[in-house]
Design a protein around this ligand. Structure first.
Ligand code: IPE
Ligand code: IPE
Ligand code: MG
Length: 242
């Protein structure tokens, strides 16, 4: 993230997104199976959700599984599938208590019937008029794949006469995209790599980005608060002369 300038007013923080990377290396470092790294990774989410509510953040969008992660060994994928099911079973009652609205996006159909029905249950049980936080989970998501599907679906509707070329604008793109938020204020990536790995390509146009060395299972509330504090002080210019 850029060096903070002396701003008089702190930036408002609405939408946060996190690339939760480093589970595999954390497991290796601790001489554990990769699945244990993912298990520990899931357990971290609870604290980050709690802190997001404390900070009055509007939405938290987490990268849990990318389109490209389907290329991993089948045992690892199965372990992740089981973790998704147990995380939903364990966490939904608490999310309901906290008024957190849960949404999954991406090609979730690829995960099979068991997970699809769990997702339906989780989403329908966590609907609130005024949620304390919107928690969006990217599952089987790829930014390029999403853009491709937006282009295809808008084109189809243009051919059908449902959409006119003049009406194609940013708002329409957001409606056709599977991503729940139209823009991200703060993007955090743990695990030491400084790349986007096909996450929210369209929505991070003006995000502040915080790359951290910690592996996701070691990520702490304190580090999260530090990122938020840094974000609040940055001069966000959006291309303008301010
Ligand atoms: C991120 O951790 C979780 C997923 C991609 C599912 P990794 O499993 O990518 O961890 P590293 O990068 O190998 O350490
Ligand atoms: C990004 O991490 C995907 C998730 C955190 C779910 P990866 O580990 O898949 O990304 P690369 O391979 O390091 O780019
Ligand atoms: Mg990784």
């Amino acid at each position: 993230m850029a060096k903070p300038l002396k701003n008089l007013v702190q930036n408002h923080l609405g939408n946060v997104a996190i690339i939760m990377d480093g589970n595999g290396r954390w497991a290796k470092k601790n001489a554990l199976k990769i699945s244990k790294g993912h298990e520990k990774g899931v357990s971290i989410v609870k604290e980050i959700v709690e802190e997001s509510i404390n900070q009055k953040i509007k939405s938290l969008t987490l990268y849990a599984f990318s389109s490209e992660n389907w290329g991993r060994p089948v045992q690892e994928i199965n372990a992740i599938k089981n973790l998704i099911i147990s995380a939903i079973n364990d966490q939904v009652p608490e999310l309901v208590e906290q008024s957190v609205e849960l949404k999954f996006f991406g090609d979730v159909a690829m995960f099979g019937e068991d997970i699809i029905s769990k997702i339906k249950y989780a989403e329908s049980t966590t609907k609130f008029k005024n949620p304390s936080l919107k928690l969006n989970i990217a599952l089987g998501y790829g930014g390029q794949q999403d853009i491709l599907s937006v282009v295809r679906n808008i084109s189809k509707d243009v051919l059908k006469g449902k959409v006119s070329l003049d009406n194609i604008d940013g708002a329409l793109i957001n409606r056709y995209s599977c991503v729940p938020e139209s823009s991200i204020d703060l993007l955090i990536r743990t695990g030491g790599d400084k790349r986007i790995s096909n996450f929210l390509l369209y929505q991070i146009a003006y995000s502040e980005i915080c790359f951290l060395d910690s592996y996701w299972p070691d990520f702490s509330r304190l580090e999260y608060i530090n990122c938020i504090e840094q974000y609040k002080k940055v001069s966000r210019r959006f291309g303008k002369r301010v």
